[in-house]
Design a protein around this ligand. Structure first.
Ligand code: ADP
Length: 524
């Protein structure tokens, strides 16, 4: 067994090994004892310390790191030591000092009372602990935490961290706003105990699975009633587990994105759509009725034109017959045939043409004009058309020139209609060309189309009129067209014929120089 002295020595050795400065101060504010760390820090020998006033020694501690503290307080005995002597209660405080390099040092000072049997404090023990390192780490840690919190709070999603029991250990600003509760009511609460999750079994299961099995999940459009206004919100949730070193679930992060705006917009859009559908339905009904009426009117118009054509054609035939008779009688009697007879004949021909054009256009409107397709040879048809207009051309000494390009391209089309189309364009070329004009005709095949070009060197068509010449009754120069027996219907019929075959017509023209009409017809 060790004797008391040895025990005391052992204790002193132990105290000496402690890295904190320890000193004992008596009621006269003199140091009666200290450990090695204290001695080293004040840089004096034991003899120079013992029995010296603490106000003289403590300011030397750690190159004067507590100098200010002691100089300020001990001399008037209002320092911590004096307080412990007067109250008999231990105190603890932290001293911050700045060294010559302007860096801060933190010392934690504990002063304990040592009491006699009468419970009087007869001396105090001062422990000076250098906590600079820890304080700096704490500060760094705090800065980092503040920085993390700033990042989390500025995130546009709500983020909640859970421990492995599902309790909220941290919630960012948005999460707090979403839950509409102060921080202290959120922290420590089990997330699955919030009413919206509690009553949603599926979601509850997902959270439990996340915390027990570490299975992450996403959940769309959780309906959430935000208090106190009771407005509905929709959240998209993504939750991921957190694992410890042993790969055990140590918690989870649950993130929620407020999807309310998108849902509200979608609902509004759906409402709008429904309204729109209703309006469209009503309008369609109205349009159907209008269409029906229009159809009836078109049919009426067609019937009227058909009837009128028929009614007009009969007297025209009668007039033509009587005229022919009058001419042959005059011829028989060797009498001069009156000039008016020629005029009447040409007017009858013009009216007959107008009637036939009108009938055809009415039929196209009514959809009763049908194509009778057979295989036709474009080259041959062009020549036949030229032949039938030869007399008309010769009257104006116009030459029809078939370019070598003319090909025997075969197409599948309505021969009568294509013939009508070519005759119309050729007749126009003759009509709108001067004496001794030249009309060139050629054809080619390009990308599954047979193209027929009819070019004259006549009066041409002004640029501003070109887009309209295929419209019904459109005539550039009414007087001239009428003088030439025109009706303004020819080109609109040509366009219908080309388009009914799946083709089209193009025109290139220069005023005073002539025009080229190109008819595109599909080969197959
Ligand atoms: P129209 O019976 O008046 O000739 P069209 O529909 O055949 O009617 O032609 C419409 C208008 O296009 C004509 O009035 C005429 O002004 C113009 N036009 C057609 N072909 C030619 C052409 N080859 N040269 C000049 N103008 C033309």
């Amino acid at each position: 067994m060790k004797n008391t002295k040895q025990s005391q020595n052992d204790l002193k050795q132990i105290i000496d090994t402690i890295q904190n400065g320890i000193c004992v101060i008596n009621k006269k504010y003199k140091i009666t004892n200290c450990n090695k760390t204290f001695q080293k820090n004040v840089n004096l020998s034991m003899e120079e310390i013992i029995n010296q006033p603490c106000a003289k020694i403590i300011p030397l501690y750690n190159k004067g790191i507590l100098k200010e503290h002691c100089a300020r307080t001990v001399c008037n005995k209002e320092c911590g030591t004096a307080k412990v002597f007067s109250t008999g209660e231990a105190i603890e405080y932290v001293e911050v000092d700045v060294d010559e390099k302007n860096s801060k040092h933190y010392h934690k000072i504990n002063v304990f009372p040592a009491k006699n049997e009468k419970n009087e404090t007869y001396q105090v023990v001062m422990i000076i602990r250098n906590i600079t390192m820890r304080a700096r780490i704490n500060m760094e840690h705090q800065k980092l935490s503040e920085f993390n919190e700033k990042i989390l709070n500025s995130a546009p999603i709500s983020i909640v961290a859970l421990d492995n029991g599902g309790k909220v250990i941290s919630a960012n600003k948005l999460a707090r706003e979403l839950m509409d509760k102060p921080k202290n009511q959120i922290i420590g609460r089990r997330l699955i105990d919030t009413p919206e999750i509690k009553k949603n079994h599926g979601l509850r299961e997902l959270y439990l699975n996340l915390l027990e099995e570490g299975e992450l999940f996403s959940y769309e459009n959780l309906q959430y009633t935000a208090t106190p206004k009771g407005e509905k919100k929709y959240l998209n949730i993504i939750a991921v587990p957190l694992f410890d070193k042993n790969k055990k679930v140590s918690g989870a992060i649950s993130m929620a994105i407020n999807n309310t705006e998108a849902i509200v917009a979608k609902t509004n859009l759906e409402d709008m759509n429904r309204n729109l559908e209703k309006i469209v339905l009503e309008r369609t009904k109205e349009l159907d009725q209008i269409n029906k009426k229009l159809q009836e009117m078109i049919e009426l118009k067609s019937k009227f034109i058909a009837d009128a054509s028929h009614e007009l054609r009969t007297p025209l035939t009668v007039i033509q017959g009587n005229l022919d008779l009058a001419i042959s009688e005059a011829k028989n009697r060797n009498e001069d045939i009156p000039e008016a007879f020629d005029l009447i004949t040409s007017e009858i021909m013009r009216m007959t043409r107008v009637l036939s054009d009108l009938t055809m256009l009415t039929n196209t409107d009514a959809g009763t004009e049908k194509l009778q397709k057979t295989e036709i040879n474009i080259g041959k048809l062009i020549k036949a058309c030229g032949q039938s207009l030869m007399i008309l051309a010769e009257q104006k000494r116009i030459s029809l020139i078939y370019r070598p390009g003319i090909k025997n391209i075969k197409i599948f089309a309505d021969e009568d209609k294509i013939e009508k189309l070519l005759l119309n364009i050729l007749r126009n070329a003759i009509k709108y060309s001067g004496e001794k004009g030249k009309i060139k005709i050629w054809s080619e095949s390009k990308e599954n189309f047979a193209i027929i070009h009819i070019q004259d060197n006549g009066i041409g068509i002004p640029k501003e009129d070109q887009p309209f010449i295929f419209e019904r009754f459109y005539r550039v120069d009414k007087a001239r067209s009428r003088a030439e027996g025109g009706t303004g219907l020819g080109l609109s019929i040509c366009r219908w014929i080309a388009e009914a075959h799946g083709g089209h017509i193009e025109v290139a023209s220069e005023l005073g120089k002539g025009s080229t009409f190109s008819v595109y017809l599909p080969i197959r």
